[in-house]
Design a protein. Structure first.
Length: 250
């Protein structure tokens, strides 16, 4: 293709990268969500995925409504019953907003898909391509890419995500574990486990950290600067008593 002129670049509009989650995530962007074991990563991913498919952003105080988008969920860590339990905690919020249409969301049926297995990888990408989602969630990386070399894991994940985006243009939300190292204050590091390239690659790197004072509260901590400015990711989350789903607190 020909090179772009200054006029071409300045003439680009935001509509060429539609919102998947308004004011947070656009199509073609990558969000890497990290957290410690049992911090609620899977719950939060389920909430974001179901919300996007229903057109409800539950990560705002107003539960902002938007155009629903097709979603494809790859969860190789949790059983179908575990995924169901997470979704059941969020579904009342969707019904509260008058959700009646069937959400366009699909779930990977295999808990044993490995990106390092060429057949599994081709099959997974083919199924995602067939569905043409606007949001794809992948997790957890330690089971999706169980390789011993951290740089190999990164290269495999990055290549897979790029191929998914080339075929669908989707935003990709990746669930990954935080490292084991401790900071100066004794808290565990919230940055991603493995290759340092994971800290440089995504558009957004956010860690989920449970509050020591209140078990129902958590913080969302940016472990890298956003590539796109002005996004309104919440600083904290809490469980609402009437649905037990996570949402932003003032």
């Amino acid at each position: 293709p020909p090179d772009d002129s200054l006029e071409d670049i300045l003439g680009l509009t935001d509509e060429q990268r539609p919102w998947v989650v308004p004011n947070m995530l656009r199509s073609g962007e990558v969000l890497l969500l990290t957290g410690w074991e049992g911090s609620g990563k899977s719950m939060l991913v389920s909430q974001i995925a179901l919300g996007a498919s229903c057109g409800v952003n539950t990560l705002t105080l107003e539960d902002q409504q938007h155009e629903p988008v097709p979603v494809f969920v790859v969860d190789v860590e949790n059983s179908a019953l575990d995924v169901r339990d997470n979704l059941n905690k969020v579904w009342p919020v969707m019904k509260h907003h008058g959700q009646t249409a069937k959400p366009d969301i699909r779930f990977s049926s295999s808990r044993f898909a490995e990106l390092s297995n060429p057949r599994d990888r081709r099959n997974l990408i083919s199924r995602i391509d067939e569905h043409q989602p606007k949001l794809v969630t992948l997790g957890s990386l330690y089971k999706l890419a169980p390789l011993t070399n951290h740089d190999d894991v990164f290269n495999l994940v990055m290549t897979t995500v790029r191929e998914i985006q080339e075929k669908t243009g989707a935003a990709v939300l990746i669930e990954h574990h935080a490292g084991q190292a401790q900071g100066a204050n004794g808290d565990r590091d919230i940055r991603p486990y493995g290759s340092s390239m994971f800290r440089r690659w995504p558009n957004f790197g956010i860690g989920l950290s449970r509050s020591k004072e209140m078990e129902s509260h958590a913080q969302l901590v940016r472990w890298r600067g956003d590539r796109a400015r002005g996004r309104t990711f919440p600083f904290g989350l809490k469980e609402r008593l009437f649905t037990q789903e996570a949402s932003m607190f003032p």
